[in-house]
Design a protein around this ligand. Sequence first.
Ligand SMILES: [Zn+2]
Length: 347
Amino acid sequence: MSLGSPLIRYWYNPTADMVGETVEAFLQEMAGPTLIHIPGANRQRKRAVCTLLHGNEPSGTRGMFRFLQEGMQPAVDLLCFFGSVRTALHEPPFFYRHLPQDRDLNRCFKAPFESDQGRLAKAILDILQEMNPEALVDIHNTSGMGPSFAVSMKQDAQHEALTSLFTKRMLVTGLRLGALFEYSERDVPTVTIECGGAQDPRADDIAYEGLVRYATANDVLTPQPADWQLEVLTEPVRLELRDDARITYSEAEDVYADITLPPNVEHYNFGRITEEVQLGWVKPESWDKLVINTPAGVDVKDKILKLDGNRLYPAQPLKLFMITTNASIAKSDCLFYAVTDDGSHLQ
Ligand SMILES: [Zn+2]
């Protein structure tokens, strides 16, 4: 079998004593992007899992480390990709999503694959294409606090079955950002699992327990009668900030900031938020620095948010999620995702 990529170390069937005593030792042993191939009881089929695309999201790596330490045998061959190993190893460990000079690896799974991260993303896609797994799961942590959920491009029985191995919430999005879960387009069921906050020990358990189910079940693509009732959220939009926007997290309005949010804003994650709930403050002259477009590029900001003076409110009952309290992520990626509470269309 050719597994040619000089960018990714191929590590076949490491035993428990080869993966080190700690997750940090495990990362040091890998040293860079790595594919661990664990042979299954059935060698005719394969499933893939990817994690650590973001260097500050440890739950998937910890879950796989535990799985390897316990020497569990998967039902079918398991291909485990570890992406931003060097980023995670950079001091302090598990601190950087991506290094300041690097691109966000999970925005690089689309042409033109020109940066170092783009070439690594292409190498992962090429191996997936060659190995042809029956499913792919990409494990992340959210940057803020909040419950677990899955992100999927498709809402069908296979994607719901994959989701239910890990969590009971599924977000269905047509946004194309160059993220790995867009691999679903190649007819391999793929979901992203957001296990919850990187500092939350429950997130590690969600990753590990889900991985065990994913690896050991004979069938992961047929919904089980006992599956939790999935909460499905469709058509999320993102609140993005213009490059020149200044954001501050503070209990009181910061007059020098364009947008101020309270430090506990992430507590709104997944709750229902009515129009009376003040989200924060925006200077009226800075309103244009907030951008909310549908995947088709239609401006729907006025359907999501409204200003009363300089106070920011929802324009209708909403559910918000992936709210970040990290200003650099808010600016480089997005501040939060939103769906209408009643599931109504935004355009
Ligand atoms: Zn992530």
